[in-house]
Design a protein around this ligand. Structure first.
Ligand code: GLY
Length: 374
């Protein structure tokens, strides 16, 4: 099994996304990109992944490259900042990395975004390869060239659009992904169906068992279909001037919840809560029926995603939502559903409409996320 997708940028083929079950093709692929063995490689990874899979990757790369160094930082969103980028620059300088050398982002979204930003800025830009290892990074953050770090209390506030040379996935690594990380990634996967493809959303529901059991053919198909959706969007709108903003479905309220929870809830879980609010707002505007809205939320719960949050106030969530960087002329740009598989941007919601969506996801009886709640 193996699949590939080419992503174009500004009308020209730019990089391939490869879906593999191991690292067997990696060296062939880097050779195809013209990487010579003398080229220095820095693997950037985090403490969680390093423990499990770093040696395997180092061995594969070591069979071809003469110089491989590793930059490993403690796992977690709190390290996605300029201090970590600065530490990485220092290591690259000490190891005499020049413009011919390359970074490899080996990890989830935090590693990919941070490595991409370092690659975009070190010596005004050096090559980097994405090896995403979580569902979230495979279907979303490794594709489309968004790189960056959090700054002060703002998520992804400092960054650059910078395209990788290759996105290489070893899907077998998902077998060791912690349960909550898998569920978190499913938030983005379900989002793809809701915003772009009703048939994909239905397929995800039909294949729930295969997905939960991590059946390799089903997982490959799921990641492939999600990557196709993401690829099509970023090719049409690489710099988020319009359509790409639809990928932020559930993220405006989701980011607010994530921040108010001090980043202690996984990103996709917060997106699940934000999507639940957006679905209810879409229902209240008469776009989708109450029955459709309930069925969508049931699907989130089936996949282990929370649809409500405890111990937060609607006013607090609203205030953080308003400070979201996705505002236009002081208005929050909400992504809502016209129908399942068809999202649109609504910048005209009143405070009352937004508060009503937020109130609908507040749960004062306790937080109800996690697969164990099923
Ligand atoms: N993760 C949303 C985007 O890539 O635009």
């Amino acid at each position: 099994m193996s699949k590939s997708i080419t992503v174009s940028y500004e009308g020209k083929p730019c990089y391939d996304i490869l879906l593999e079950q191991d690292f067997g093709e990696l060296i062939e692929q880097v050779k195809k990109l013209g990487y010579q063995p003398e080229r220095k490689i820095c693997i950037v990874t985090d403490s969680n992944l390093a423990e499990l899979h770093l040696t395997g990757l180092e061995q594969v790369l070591g069979s071809y490259f003469h110089t491989i160094i590793t930059f490993c930082f403690p796992a977690g969103e709190e390290r996605k900042n300029l201090d970590t980028v600065q530490d990485l620059y220092q290591q690259l300088i000490i190891s005499h990395f020049d413009r011919q050398d390359s970074l490899i982002a080996f990890g989830g979204g935090v590693v990919g975004d941070l490595t991409g930003y370092a690659a975009a800025t070190y010596l005004r830009g050096i090559d980097f390869i994405q090896i995403p290892t979580t569902v979230l990074s495979q279907v979303d953050s490794s594709i489309g060239g968004k790189t960056g770090v959090d700054f002060l209390q703002y998520k992804n506030m400092v960054g650059a659009f910078y395209q990788p040379r290759l996105v290489y996935m070893n899907l077998s690594l998902l077998q060791t992904l912690p349960e909550d990380q898998f569920t978190s990634g499913m938030g983005e996967v379900l989002k793809h169906g809701l915003i772009k493809s009703a048939s994909y959303f239905a397929w995800l529901k039909e294949n729930y068992n295969g997905i939960r059991k991590l059946q390799p053919d089903i997982i490959e198909e799921m990641v492939y279909q999600s990557c196709l959706i993401k690829r099509d969007v970023v090719e049409r709108d690489p710099k988020e001037k319009g359509e790409r903003a639809l990928l932020n479905f559930g993220h405006t309220i989701g980011h607010a919840v994530e921040k108010l929870a001090d980043f202690q809830l996984p990103h996709g879980h917060c997106v699940g809560i934000g999507m639940a609010a957006a679905c209810k707002m879409s229902r209240d505007l008469g776009h989708i029926t109450a029955d459709t809205c309930d069925k969508i939320l049931e699907t989130f719960v089936q996949f282990g995603l929370p649809v409500s949050v405890a111990d937060m106030s609607a006013e607090d969530i609203f205030a953080v939502t308003k400070s979201d960087k996705k505002m236009a002329a002081g208005k929050v740009k909400f992504i809502l559903l016209e129908s399942v598989g068809n999202a649109y941007m609504n910048p005209e919601l009143t405070k009352q409409q937004i508060l009503s969506g937020i109130l609908s996801i507040l749960n004062h009886s306790g937080y109800s996320g996690g697969i164990e709640e099923e």
